[in-house]
Each structure stands twice: as structure tokens, then as C-alpha cells.
Design a protein. Structure first.
Length: 313
């Protein structure tokens, strides 16, 4: 696995006018297939599987899951079999994510949404073991203590590149990535998470619990911005489509709407509310996930059209 990360200065007019330095950590460039934060989240999980001689890694996700996509490829590279337990009945036509995963050798196990909600039920987990052998489970989204350990290294990469920031801002799904950033943050840096799910209050306790499991204490100085989920997971508002479109044109870098687009939108809103002081240095994390964009293009186009034809709210 390689890991060439760069930091780009974003000269976005709105931020420049207010004297706010905004940089972008390009984790989307870490690896062509194991993109972004998933590379860091999987690193120590794979190492442990190799050490223990586990022959099967099993995890959970939706049809467009970046985690499932990354795990399938990482398993293939490491020579470890992978099983993806996928939310929803088997479709007639697989998403491109699942086509890739299957092509890399992942076995796909489709379950109803009802069953998926009960995925941690011991009886269900035992059934899976009967089908696929003695597996090492990785939770949905890949967040566990080993993922937190891996994500601490994102901060090390920033420091290696000479980056020094007042605020570091990153998308949150399950919060594992944010927990790693919090655990390793420099003393003067505030960590800001942007949850992409609606009603993500559970993240406060999940993140604290991940910090504990990985052997640390909560050092504080972090918060969650709760107003930029845009209706929920993989939901796209006209404002989000517009924000991403403007960003692509000005910065020349593409974001995707499920995670990174929402971080940019949250930063614009914080700027508008005066929450980013003149002279402050802010780092946004481009956590990757570009493979998922393949499933979102039509919706993005539609919502951009709505925005440009004057749709409000
Ligand atoms: C999975 C993912 C996240 C969220 O990571 P968590 O550790 O689950 O909070 C953020 N950005 C991208 C692009 C992702 O694929």
C-alpha cells in the first residue's frame, strides 16, 4: 500500500475575503482503490488478521459503501478472503461498488433491511460463521479500536507535511475517523466533525467509547456540526449540489455528496455565521469516497438544476 498525501491551499474567494486560510488534505489520493480514510481504518485490522492467521474478514455495508469497496480490494491484496453482508435484498442489477467488490473476490451476502438492523445478534453472527467459516468481524463502516489507531496517523501525516492548524474539519459516518483525529490532535487544534446522518447525537457517546476502547481518554476540544446532513445519509439538497459545483469550478477538485461535499457546505455556513475568525488556519479533510460518486451523478444533476432554477429552502 502506498500513501502519498498532499495538502493543497484552497484560494476560495469567500474565505480569502475574510482572512481565513483554508487548506485541503488530499486523502483521496492515498490509494486508487482503498481511498481516503478507509486506508487508515483498515491498516491495523489487516495487520491483525495477518498476525492471527485469520483467513476471512467479514463486514457490513450498503450497496454503495466505500468501506465494503475498500475492504474487498484490501483483502484481495493481502490474500485474505472477504465477506460483505449487504443491506437489502439481492438486486437484479448490482451497483458498480458491488460489481467491483465481487470482481475482487468478495463474497456478497444480502440480507433484508430488518435483518440488517439486527446484524449484531449472536444467532445471526453464528449462522454467518457456519456459512463462511471462522471469520474476523469488522464493524459497519470499519470503526473499532484498530481503526482509531490507524486514523491517528492522519494527524502524523499532517505534521509530516508541516501542517499546523487551528481547526481540522472532517465528515463523520460512524465517527471512527474523528476519534483518531481527536486522539492525536495537537494541543492547540480543535477537531470539528460534520455528521452526514440525521439525528446523529449517538456520535457523542460512540466517539467517546471508541476513544476509550483504543486506550485513550477524551482530550476534549472537539465538536459536531449538526446542521449539514441535508436530510440524512446520501440525501442531496439543492444547496449541497450548488456548493459542490462551485467548489469543483473554483478549486478544480471534485468532492462527492455523501461525505466531503457536506463538510464543505458546513464550512461555508460556519464562515457565513462568523464562526471562523480572521487569521485562523483551517484544514478540511478530503476523506475520499469518490467511487460512490458513480451512484450519485443523476441526483446531483437534478438538484443542481433545481438550485439554478431558483428553488429555495
Ligand atoms: C466512511 C467515510 C467517512 C466517515 O468515516 P467514519 O469513520 O465512519 O466517521 C468519511 N468520508 C468518507 C469519504 C468515507 O468514505
Amino acid at each position: 500500500m502506498k500513501s502519498d498525501v498532499v495538502i493543497s491551499r484552497l484560494n476560495l474567494p469567500g474565505f480569502q475575503e475574510r482572512g481565513v486560510q483554508l487548506d485541503l488534505l488530499r486523502l483521496d489520493l492515498t490509494h486508487p482503490q482503498i481511498s481516503g480514510n478507509k486506508w487508515f481504518k483498515l491498516k491495523y485490522n489487516l495487520n491483525r488478521a495477518k498476525q492471527k492467521g485469520s483467513s476471512v474478514l467479514l463486514s457490513f455495508g450498503g450497496a454503495w459503501s466505500n468501506h465494503i469497496h475498500a475492504l474487498a480490494f484490501a483483502g484481495k491484496e493481502a490474500g485474505i478472503a472477504t465477506v460483505g453482508v449487504i443491506r437489502g435484498e439481492e438486486p437484479q442489477c448490482y451497483s458498480q461498488t458491488l460489481v467491483d467488490a465481487q470482481c475482487w473476490g468478495m463474497k456478497l451476502h444480502f440480507v433484508s433491511r430488518q435483518q440488517y438492523r439486527e446484524k449484531n445478534d449472536p444467532v445471526f453472527l453464528k449462522q454467518l460463521a457456519e456459512l463462511y467459516g471462522d471469520y474476523q468481524p469488522i464493524p459497519e463502516g470499519g470503526s473499532n479500536a484498530l481503526a482509531v489507531q490507524g486514523c491517528r496517523e492522519i494527524v502524523a501525516q499532517i505534521e509530516r507535511l508541516g501542517g499546523d492548524y487551528d481547526k481540522i474539519c472532517c465528515a463523520c459516518g460512524t465517527g471512527g475517523t474523528l476519534a483518531g483525529l481527536i486522539a492525536a490532535r495537537p494541543e492547540h487544534t480543535e477537531i470539528i466533525g460534520v455528521p452526514v446522518l440525521k439525528g446523529a447525537d449517538f456520535l457523542y457517546s460512540d466517539i467517546r467509547s471508541l476513544l476509550q476502547q483504543s486506550g485513550g481518554v477524551d482530550p476534549g476540544q472537539w465538536r459536531l456540526i449538526m446542521d449539514s446532513h441535508e436530510g440524512g445519509y446520501a440525501k442531496v439538497s439543492p444547496q449541497l449540489a450548488d456548493c459542490m459545483d462551485r467548489f469543483a469550478r473554483v478549486a478544480g477538485i471534485e468532492l462527492e455528496p455523501v461525505y466531503t461535499g457536506k463538510v464543505m457546505l458546513a464550512l461555508e455556513r460556519m464562515l457565513a455565521r462568523g464562526e471562523l475568525a480572521a487569521g485562523s488556519r483551517v484544514l478540511m479533510i478530503h476523506s475520499g469516497g469518490m467511487q460512490g460518486l458513480r451512484g450519485m451523478r443523476d441526483l446531483l444533476r437534478k438538484q443542481l438544476k433545481r438550485h439554478n432554477s431558483g428553488y429555495n429552502v
